[in-house]
Write a protein that binds this ligand. Structure first.
Ligand SMILES: Nc1ncnc2c1ncn2[C@@H]1O[C@H](COP(=O)(O)OP(=O)(O)OP(=O)(O)O)[C@@H](O)[C@H]1O
Length: 681
């Protein structure tokens, strides 16, 4: 019996090329920056001396494979067509007018920088020499101007940004070296190339030392001139590190931050990648582990770049405000390095050890609340605020974007069911309570799933019209059908539904997920004039409560109260809703009104919501987050909002858009607010 087949000469399989040989070939053939090639060669040499059976060999192979797999030079060509970018943004998003404008402005300045021609100034006091040089350079496609001496050249430099000055060295009035020094003062980015008939090593060295980029001897070798200028122009055209600040989209969840980022990538023709930073625990996750650690890996930034295969993606750093609380290492330092155009050309990953150029990456950060970010980081970011949507805007977004997508995803296309705007509004009001549209999208998905099931079964939604199984009439989903599809309403509009109560005021707060209403409750009981505060209130809020009480006591006469009343009573102020962060001074007005209502025994209207900081003398000061607060008041069913007079412009800006349907009232003092909020006053 034949167990083993004997190998026959000549039928030998081709000798397998070893891993190392393959890597060697890759190092030789691949386009790599100098330092990366050197590192790869070093590692290869080390591997060649390492026994293949030891673990380090495998680690080294993986390292080389990663290094060679990185897109050191691969980039997608940028498509900077503003009209197209505008079309992409408009197609993907409803509204967001100001944000689209900001994004387009940002892209416009990018486009301008990148397509700008290469401007050259030729300076020579010999007319013929100058004309010749100008002619040669113009033929190469550069934008060329001329100047007959140093002083004239300096005038030009003041009027116009040149990329390059090609100047004669010996000239009357101001020679080339003097021009070089003066031009660098006016326009530091302009490069200077000197041309001279008296080329000596000393003058060349002096010129280079002063910052000249090149030194050309007369008679000018035209090929040398052309190739040098082409090299300098190429350096400019390679999209230079973009020095404008990194965009940071901030706003409540589900307001379109991520999808605007995706639209930017689509408009530029770049790849898009999103890293969620919310769960980040360790600096090494971003920057990698040193290879001396067992199981070391590159950081998430370079891993993503490697996976994308291009060095110029749009990179979204999601929820940049959510890291740092439990973070090992210094997050701000890593981000500063990644986002700073001065430094990110040389980003060092601990695993890779060789700097990788991140300057071509277009970073966009998102944050729910930029107040959480450190100062230096915030300095590098250009914050673009995304606001919450009013109910009307949500209905529009749902009808034109969310619903059509959900219907397609659920196969409800033949024919499309008709969901009436009133039905969408019923979902917005009864089943979601949010600033953005994320949950609305989810609820629409639930409706679609129910409809898909009914259509397959050919049955009728309870209380609705027949759902045809194939073609024929479209199902109509109206307001009445919503409870049958989604169950009973999940949210009540508590501001509209409550009855007026003494000592209970409706306030507005602003948290990172948008605005929210709170009810401030105050009661009094027999005691010794103590003030008790509960509801996990922050220090500032406690001080506001103290201020409000002192204000009420000091104005007892005006309010028709017995001044001795306070000495015999304790006051307890409580703000329920434990999950809402309650810090900041904007609850001052609400606290003051709750206390005045308490002591005057007059009930407050629950459908009048308010916000404002107060002073000890009763003035109402402006506060932030007006749009979010007003939208929250509208969501909760309030009919009026009382705002500080100082916030009138914010509120007016709101009215211009599809603002909420509620009346805004402005007050200068606490006392002006009384007749507006107290029942029957
Ligand atoms: N103005 C809008 N027009 C059309 N669709 C929108 C609009 N705003 C949001 N959306 C849609 O809502 C969904 C949620 O948006 P997105 O994921 O961009 O929100 P986000 O602000 O990034 O939220 P998070 O902060 O939670 O990441 C997406 O499907 C998005 O397309």
């Amino acid at each position: 019996m034949l167990f083993f087949q004997k190998r026959t000469e000549g039928a030998l399989p081709p000798a397998p090329t070893s891993d190392l040989e393959q890597l060697k070939a890759r190092i030789a053939s691949q386009e790599l920056p100098f330092h990366a090639r050197e590192a790869a060669k070093r590692e290869l040499e080390r591997l060649e001396k390492t026994d293949q059976s030891v673990a380090e060999y495998g680690v080294g192979l993986a390292y080389l494979d990663f290094l060679l797999g990185l897109p050191w030079v691969v980039a997608t060509p940028d498509r900077l067509n503003l009209a197209e970018a505008e079309a992409v943004l408009a197609r993907r998003h409803q509204g967001l007018g100001q944000i689209k404008d900001r994004v387009l402005e940002y892209l416009a300045s990018r486009a301008l920088r990148n397509v700008a021609d290469f401007h050259v100034l030729v300076v020579d006091d010999e007319d013929i020499a100058r004309a010749n040089l100008e002619h040669v350079l113009r033929k190469e496609g550069y934008r060329v101007r001329g100047a007959a001496n140093g002083l004239e050249a300096l005038e030009e430099v003041r009027r116009w940004e040149f990329d390059l000055i090609v100047t004669d060295l010996k000239m009357d009035k101001m020679d080339g070296l003097e021009l070089l020094a003066a031009a660098r003062q006016v326009s530091p980015a302009t490069r200077v190339m000197l041309v001279t008939g008296f080329a000596t090593v000393d003058t060349a060295v002096a010129a280079m030392r002063q910052g000249a980029v090149y030194y050309l001897a007369k008679p000018v070798n035209l090929d040398e001139l052309r190739s040098t200028v082409a090299r300098l122009a190429g350096e400019k055209a390679a999209p230079t590190a973009f020095r404008s600040p990194v965009l940071c989209f901030s706003g409540p969840p589900g307001t379109g931050k991520t999808s605007v980022g995706q639209a930017i990538a689509e408009a530029l023709g770049r790849k898009f990648h999103r890293i969620s930073l919310a769960g980040l625990r360790d600096e090494a996750e971003l920057r990698g582990h040193r290879r001396t650690y067992v199981g070391a890996l590159p950081g998430r930034v370079l891993q993503s770049i490697s996976r994308l295969g291009v060095r110029n993606p749009v990179f979204m750093l999601d929820e940049i405000d959510k890291i740092g609380k439990d973070f090992r290492g210094d997050p701000a330092a890593v981000f500063l390095e990644m986002l700073d155009p001065e430094q990110n050309g040389q980003f060092v990953d601990n695993y890779l050890e060789v700097p990788f150029d991140l300057s071509q990456v277009l970073f966009i950060a998102t944050a729910n609340d930029v107040r959480e970010l450190s100062g230096p980081l915030l300095d590098r970011l250009e914050v673009v605020p995304f606001a919450g949507y009013s109910a009307g805007e949500k209905v529009g977004i749902a009808a034109s974007h969310l619903l059509p997508r959900q219907l397609r995803e659920h196969g409800l296309t033949h024919p499309y069911p008709v969901v009436t705007p009133q039905a969408i509004r019923a979902v917005v009001d009864g089943y979601t309570r949010e600033a953005g549209v994320r949950n609305l999208d989810r609820e629409l998905g639930r409706i679609c799933r129910k409809l898909a099931k009914l259509r397959l079964e050919g049955t009728t939604p309870p209380g609705g019209q027949a759902v045809p199984a194939g073609g024929a009439d479209a199902t109509v989903v109206d307001e009445a059908l919503i409870p049958a599809l989604l169950g009973p309403k999940r949210f009540i509009r508590e501001a509209a539904g409550s009855t007026p109560r003494v000592g209970v005021a409706t306030g507005l707060v602003y948290a990172d997920y948008g605005g929210e209403i709170i009810f401030v409750e105050a009661i009094r009981m027999k005691g010794t004039g103590q003030l008790l505060l509960t509801g996990s209130l922050g220090e500032v809020l406690r001080e506001s409560a103290q201020t409000a009480l002192s204000l009420v006591r000091s104005r007892a006469g005006e309010l028709g109260l017995d001044p001795d009343l306070f000495a015999t009573q304790d006051v307890h102020v409580h703000i329920p809703a434990g999950s809402i962060p309650k810090e900041g001074s904007s609850a001052g007005l609400t606290l003051a009104l709750a206390l005045i209502s308490l002591f005057t025994d007059k009930a407050l209207r629950p459908d009048v919501a308010m916000t404002g900081e107060i002073t000890l003398t009763g003035y109402v000061l402006p506060v932030g987050g007006i749009r979010e607060k007003v939208l929250a008041a509208a969501r909760a069913g309030a009919r009026q909002v009382i705002l500080p007079e100082g916030n009138r412009t914010d509120a007016l800006a709101l009215a211009g858009t599809d603002g909420p349907e509620l009346e805004t009232l402005f007050v200068r003092t606490v006392f002006e607010a009384l007749p507006l909020a107290l029942v029957g006053d």
